[in-house]
Ligand binder design. Structure first.
Ligand SMILES: *Cc1c(COP(=O)(O)O)cnc(C)c1O
Length: 399
């Protein structure tokens, strides 16, 4: 049976170009980039080039890019590093109710250490308003952290506008751009953000590598200490192959961004239209599928009333269709997703949510097969559900 991968928001396959670029750094050119000899210089040169390339891709300067072990570390560093550096100035942080757990759990930990965190509400499509941010900022606020694009429902936040609000009050602004990078064209200087997190494996690069952009002039406390790497700001031997692979993957992603987005969105839209035609009593979560500026091109999140997401996922997996219930990071837990509750999905319905996220190697045939499977699995599970009465008023939500 062919397996169909519809979980690109969890991770993407490594691109051929990135793999090829990485390969020599696993074998002949294995040197430690900090070593003072030929092997070391090979590695150091590759890291320098990768840093320049990523900086150019994001609109930053090379010395504003710091490599980390991924998006989670970058998020932890931005929040804790700022909180610890500015603790004498204030103890208040503003974020949202729909952040990835890398931000949410870090905020919870900072609360334990005496910081106060405001979690902003969002509207029914997942948008944070400039007004609510404005109202949340107070004298003790030291940092605002708002994600660029949501990993569960695909909402793209108005980062530039939100950043302006923070700066008007002289408050630093961080964005978790892990889902946006490679899918949304942006320039850090134009956005105006002070810090921005990204991660290689979300844009067809390798896993276990990411980075934090820190605007030059901004000093935050270190998170991982030890060696002198990353200009003494992040200890640990540089993962040379991963750094090289991430830079290559980002170049490729940005070169083909519009074309890829158009293709991936066409698959997503086909899927959404067919599901909405053939399944009743569902919610399509997030902004409308065709509001391209407001949502990621690859994301489709549906809540199917009266049935459990886990059962749908299991049946889909048996049929070879690989999707996700909520976010990969919270699946396995019985708590309904914070993001879905924040946009007003009722708890019971939130449990029946599946996220499908498409990618550049998916095909129209795969989309049609996935639709067929979803339609028949939902019908079968509902037939067994004590909650489902086909006569109930229909709330078919077509967007
Ligand atoms: C995947 C993801 C992360 C975590 O990145 P890792 O590199 O997997 O640690 C953080 N934030 C968002 C929005 C994500 O989608």
């Amino acid at each position: 049976m062919e397996r169909i991968y519809l979980d690109h928001a969890a991770t993407t396959p490594l691109s051929k170009e990135a793999f090829d670029a990485m390969y020599p750094y696993f074998s002949d050119q294995f040197g430690n980039a900090n070593s003072q000899h030929g092997f070391g210089r090979d590695g150091a040169g590759a890291v320098l080039e990768a840093r320049q390339s990523i900086a150019k891709s994001l609109g930053a300067k090379p010395n504003e890019i710091y490599f980390t072990s991924g998006g989670t570390e970058a998020d932890n560093w931005a929040l804790k590093g700022t909180a610890f550096a500015l603790k004498d100035k204030g103890n208040h942080i503003v974020t949202t109710r729909i952040e990835h757990s890398a931000i949410y759990a870090t905020c919870k930990q900072l609360e334990k250490f005496g910081f106060e965190v405001t979690y902003l509400d969002v509207d029914s499509e997942g948008f944070v308003s400039a007004e609510s941010l404005e109202n949340a900022i107070k004298d003790s606020t030291i940092l605002v952290s708002i994600m660029y694009a949501n990993n569960e429902i695909g909402t793209i936040e108005p980062i530039k506008e939100l950043c302006e609000v923070a700066h008007k009050h002289k408050v630093l602004f961080h964005t978790d751009a892990v889902q946006a990078t490679g899918a949304v064209r942006y320039d850090v200087k134009d956005l105006g953000v002070d810090m921005l997190s990204f991660s290689g494996h979300k844009f067809y690069g390798p896993k276990g590598i990411g980075g934090l952009y820190i605007r030059s002039g901004l000093k935050i406390e270190k998170l991982i200490i030890g060696g002198e790497q990353e200009r003494t700001n992040r200890g640990g031997t540089t993962n040379v192959p991963a750094v090289v692979g991430m830079a290559k993957a980002l170049e490729v992603a940005l070169e083909n961004l519009e074309r890829n987005n158009e293709y991936v969105a066409s698959l997503r839209n086909r899927f959404v239209e067919k599901i909405c035609e053939q399944v009743d009593e569902i919610y399509f979560n997030g902004p409308k599928a065709k509001d391209y500026d407001k949502r990621l091109p690859n994301n489709a999140s549906f809540s199917f009333r009266y049935i459990e997401g886990e059962s749908i996922l299991y049946s889909l997996d048996l049929a070879g269709v690989c999707a996700s219930s909520g976010s990969a990071c919270s699946s396995g837990s019985l708590e309904p997703s914070r993001t879905l509750l924040a946009i007003g999905v009722p708890v019971g319905t939130a449990h029946g949510t599946i996220r499908f996220s498409f990618g550049k190697s998916n095909t129209v045939e795969q989309v049609d097969y996935a639709v067929e499977q979803v339609v028949s699995i939902v019908a079968r599970l509902r037939a067994m559900s004590p909650l489902y009465h086909p006569t109930a008023s229909t709330i078919k939500t077509v967007k």
